[in-house]
Design a protein around this ligand. Sequence first.
Ligand SMILES: [Zn+2]
Length: 91
Amino acid sequence: MRIKTKTKTKLGIKAKKKDALLPMRKKICRFCADKKRVINYKEVKTLESFIRERGKMLPSRVSGNCAKHQRKITEAIKQARFLSLLPYARL
Ligand SMILES: [Zn+2]
């Protein structure tokens, strides 16, 4: 029991230190914040901001999109790729 409590306190201190080093910044979905922004497969510029240099899609934990808009983005990127507006992969 004593050991357990000790480890717990240690972990607690570690977690606090980590928080101090990397403060959690709340991510906001760009499309929820700005209702006028529309997700469309034809808007390559907006879609391009959600793909990496190599052409892979950005995960929502990086982009900060909500699940609903991430799904729409994914669909739009796939459509744009099929029409060769966006690449599947860049070398
Ligand atoms: Zn959203």
